[in-house]
Design a protein around this ligand. Structure first.
Ligand code: WT7
Length: 654
């Protein structure tokens, strides 16, 4: 968060109660929402048991709500059995079969409508296809797909047969894909011959081939969806076209009933070490909070058209594209392309054409579209919108106000939702029917979520506006189960302080006089670039693996659209060229990081020096590097630096 944002949010006193227009369309009742808090305060576990009985169709009802005997490995509804795909699809067949489940819009503007009946049929056929490929309950399946309906079909098909999916974002490189395949020991990859984004083709199959060339011995087959029909190579005996694999498969597929704690998916996210963590989520608890937040935060009702713009490669695309909205029988929009193609009106044009009523996106997209000017959204009829949401990073009040006035026409509440890959669903967020919002604050914890801010000793900070660690003090259903294959890392990362009593989110936050939460930033070496989490160590090790690089340090630099940009300091092997490093090397290093991780991790800026600023004990002074990246004056004492003379180089002055 830039100083500018901190300054403006500290003095925020604008309040936005739900508009009369919104209240007229609201599906949840204010008194009922308020009573949820009372119920949860009386008995948190019983509260969640109640929700789980109401919201989920269990094949075998649970008798135990929460097993804490092996904390922090909490197990929700451990003896209950269900199927997530059944809860999303079969439940709709009796009364809602002809309702549109998915409105899919391709990059080129083609639109396809898929009813619940049709979605159910396609998921069943593909689930049987997976079985025919030898996939059994508990097997891992990698999904590396464009943002198209088939990505959701693939996820739902895995859920149907109890296979554990791990979706890898289509922007990740061969090398990142390979790491995820090897860590999960997946048997199968589902990909496409390509995806369309902004008029260009994303070479998903070629990247998959690149990953499989590097190892990945666990993979037996690759299912390839024909999407672009451009030339790709198919390896016989390993690769099979989706449409060929589906030949002769039945449209009936009895759901596989799994324990509530059976892993539904693994999703990788960056942390403070070089290696991304496989966040493991459950079936029952995860599904429950996907549903409750659809109701409380998105106020979803039967006639809504719900559009969450996130890619299924991220947690937002899991909870609020593939699972939550379908489990509540909603109509969703899925969009293959990018917000600026063919022009910066694409989102608003789509909102108008598809009559979108709930729109959920990231602050980075809002800032980029705000920059394009008001004339663009003003050309479209956005009157169907009734609720707006944001996620991924703090939203600066200026962008919030633009979203509120230009997009929401001052009648749509904005839900600023704080949560994480690990939390599975919204944790601190407005319930728009009752919550008075303030620009830049994610407001209050949801019912049953015991969020707090504590100091180093784990004591609650009650003083207004004093920052501390954001923690969750009681388990909640959609919480991370563990780090895939690494229980110790799960404990070390999320329960390292306060005697392992509280879940440590990794964010710092403060509460204002009214108890509203304000997220201040990460406490670890994690950057938030366009709402995506990137580990500085991960990028550093990618840079250092280049043959010409001796050492690297990566910090975040405030960026007016991305929130944070990647700024790298690099020490080359051998002498630094007297005339400065030539630009081709900079371009090469950027491309190198793109190949090692993916385009989102490419440094925006690279600065070369003979050395990195270190303390006498050899620790890189990151705070100093951040100050320099911001272009600010160095006011801290640098005399403890082992090599003060490199400062001008780092500042780009020598
Ligand atoms: C981190 C989680 C949850 C889906 C998208 C990102 C930051 C997330 C907000 C918000 C301020 C936010 C936090 C969090 N973050 N939402 N509304 N306000 N910060 O998921 O990649 O797991 O990242 O994103 O720092 O810890 P993720």
């Amino acid at each position: 968060m830039s100083e500018d944002n901190i300054e403006s949010t500290l003095h925020e006193d604008r309040h936005f109660p739900p508009s009369a227009d919104f209240i007229r369309t609201a599906s949840t009742n204010a008194d009922k929402l308020a009573s949820l808090y009372t119920q949860a305060e009386q008995n948190n576990t019983e509260f969640w048991a109640d929700q789980a009985r109401t919201e989920i169709d269990w094949q075998t009802p649970f008798s135990t709500t929460l097993d804490s005997s092996n904390a922090p490995f909490f197990r929700w509804f451990p003896d209950g059995k269900l199927n997530v795909s059944y809860n999303c699809l079969d439940r709709q067949l009796e009364h809602n079969a002809d309702k549109t489940a998915i409105i899919f819009e391709a990059d080129n503007g083609d639109v396809e409508y898929i009813s619940y009946r049709e979605l159910h049929r396609r998921v069943c056929v593909f689930a049987n296809t997976l079985k025919a490929q030898g996939i059994e309950q508990g097997d891992r399946v990698i999904i590396y797909m464009p943002m198209i309906a088939e990505a959701v079909i693939a996820m739902q098909a895995c859920a149907r047969i109890g296979a554990i999916h791990s979706v890898v974002f289509g922007g990740f490189s061969s090398s990142s894909l390979k790491d995820r395949i090897e860590d999960t020991q997946a048997k199968l990859v589902i990909t496409a011959d390509g995806g369309n984004r902004g008029g260009r083709i994303i070479e998903l199959k070629a990247t998959t081939d690149g990953a499989l060339e590097q190892g990945c011995d666990s993979i037996n087959s690759v299912i390839v969806l024909q999407r672009t029909a451009h030339d790709i190579s198919m390896q016989s005996g390993r690769d099979i076209w989706w449409h060929d694999a589906e030949q002769g498969q039945s449209e009936q597929c009895e759901p596989t009933w799994v324990d509530a704690t059976h892993p539904l998916f693994i999703l990788y996210t960056s942390g403070s070490t070089g290696k991304p963590k496989g966040i493991q989520h459950s079936s029952g608890g995860y599904l429950l909070n996907a549903i409750t937040t659809m109701r409380w935060v998105f106020d979803i009702n039967d006639s809504d058209v719900f559009w969450c713009t996130a890619d299924v490669g991220w947690i937002t695309g899991h909870t609020y594209v593939a699972y939550g909205p379908l489990a509540t029988g909603s109509t969703i929009v899925i969009f293959e392309g990018v917000p600026t193609y063919p022009d910066a009106g694409r989102f608003w044009d789509m909102c108008q054409r598809h009559c979108v009523s709930i729109f959920y996106t990231a602050p980075t997209a809002i800032r980029a579209l705000m920059k394009a000017g008001d004339e663009i959204p003003n050309k479209y009829d956005l009157s169907q919108l009734r609720l707006l949401g944001t996620v991924g990073e703090p939203i600066n009040p200026k962008a919030w106000m633009w979203y509120h006035t230009v997009i929401g026409k001052e009648k749509c509440p904005i839900v600023d939702t704080w949560w994480q890959t690990e939390t599975g669903a919204h944790m601190v967020a407005p319930m728009p029917v009752t919550t008075i919002t303030k620009p830049g604050s994610c407001t209050r914890a949801l019912p049953g979520i015991d969020a707090s801010i504590v100091n180093d000793d784990g004591d609650e900070i009650t003083k207004a506006n004093q920052g501390g660690y954001l923690v969750i003090r009681q388990p909640w259903p959609s919480m991370i189960q563990t780090v895939w294959g690494d229980d110790q890392r799960y404990k070390d990362t999320y329960w390292p302080m306060f005697d392992g009593k509280y879940y440590l989110a990794g964010d710092s936050a403060r509460r204002d006089e009214e108890g509203y939460f304000w997220i201040m930033g990460r406490i670890d070496d994690v950057l938030n670039v366009s709402g995506h989490r990137l580990g500085t160590m991960e990028i550093e090790s990618a840079i250092v693996s280049h043959p010409q690089v001796a050492e690297a340090a990566v910090v975040g630099q405030p960026h007016d659209i991305k929130g944070e940009a990647v700024f790298a300091y690099v020490v080359l092997k051998g002498e630094r060229p007297a005339g400065g490093v030539d630009d081709t090397l900079t371009q090469e290093l950027r491309a190198w990081v793109g190949e090692q991780i993916g385009a989102i991790a490419k440094p925006d800026d690279i600065r070369y020096a003979d050395n990195l600023p270190k303390t006498r004990s050899g620790k890189i002074m990151r705070r100093l590097l951040r100050t320099i990246a911001k272009g600010e004056e160095i006011t801290s004492d640098t005399s403890t630096l082992e090599n003060e003379s490199i400062l001008p180089q780092l500042q780009g002055k020598a």
